[in-house]
Design a binder for this molecule. Structure first.
Ligand SMILES: NC(=O)c1ccc[n+]([C@@H]2O[C@H](COP(=O)([O-])OP(=O)(O)OC[C@H]3O[C@@H](n4cnc5c(N)ncnc54)[C@H](O)[C@@H]3O)[C@@H](O)[C@H]2O)c1
Length: 244
């Protein structure tokens, strides 16, 4: 990033990949608006402050459009701008298709896809006025490869690719880039929930023979959020150790 202080808004920033993205963007000089369903953001806030980053935090559910609009107004009211949006919040509710409940299907679509719609639309107004912005959504390797037991989750992650490509075409003339990062299997609570056999099976499929670290994803997001990626839009950056 250049000299000017940027404001980055990150969803699901309370832990895992989102937290490390917040730390990385702060190291690159951005101020941060943290949002998460989980209200416990104080420790992360003070870590970000130590990195010289001004930090706002909001307990917001990405499925609640009214709360999102209020939060975005507060961020713009206080910081005057939003330069980077990272759509990171996401959940899994795995089940084989034959056993999948309608609620498991709907909940995952609501958080992983509808949530991205609500927050991106809210932030876009500001970016359109600024005539600049970087929108980065966290997809997944399973949106490309498929994964048994994840028909709901992989559908949302594949949908983010269409979302990214279409929006990139809509807003490119306003200086806004829209990209996605598709992580492979990353060592976070989401993958620690897998049993040992599932983890061994995953490692077998990864040419680089290790799970990714949240930092691997944060570096990719940091690049797409930087001026170095100004001419990149509508694309997906795969960060998966070569598994796909
Ligand atoms: N861990 C992986 O291997 C992996 C692989 C590919 C993609 N991803 C994607 O990366 C993103 C982050 O994953 P992670 O592994 O860090 O997950 P995580 O479960 O550790 O963290 C997700 C965060 O999102 C928040 N969140 C959940 N629902 C929310 C909601 N409705 N509103 C606001 N915040 C909400 C949670 O509170 C949590 O802090 C997700 O989109 C996930 O699908 C993860």
């Amino acid at each position: 990033m250049g000299q000017e202080k940027k404001l980055a808004l990150i969803t699901g920033a309370g832990r895992g990949i989102g937290k490390v993205i917040a730390l990385q963007l702060a190291k690159s000089g951005a101020d941060i608006a943290l949002t998460d369903l989980n209200p416990e953001l104080e420790d992360l806030k003070s870590e970000l402050n130590k990195l010289g980053s001004q930090c706002l935090d909001f307990q917001v559910d990405v499925t609640d459009p009214e709360a999102i609009d209020k939060m975005v107004s507060e961020v713009v009211g206080s910081q005057g701008r939003i330069d980077i949006l990272v759509n990171n919040a996401g959940i899994t509710q795995d089940n084989l298709m034959m056993r999948m409940k309608a609620e498991q299907w709907s909940k995952v679509i609501d958080v992983n896809l509808n949530g991205v719609f609500h927050i991106t639309r809210a932030v876009l107004k500001t970016m359109m006025k600024q005539r600049s912005g970087k929108i980065i959504s966290i997809s997944s390797v399973v949106g490309f490869s498929g994964n048994p037991g994840q028909v709901n989750y992989s559908s949302t992650k594949a949908a983010l690719v269409g979302f990214t490509k279409s929006l990139a075409r809509e807003v490119g003339s306003r200086g806004i880039t829209v990209n996605a990062v598709a992580p492979g299997f990353i060592d976070t609570a989401m993958t620690q929930a897998l049993n040992e056999t599932q983890q061994e099976e995953i490692l077998r499929q990864i040419p680089l023979k290790r799970m990714g670290m949240p930092e691997d994803i944060a570096h990719a997001v940091d690049f797409l959020a930087s001026e170095k990626a100004d001419y990149i839009t509508g694309t997906v950056l795969h960060v998966n150790g070569g598994m796909y």
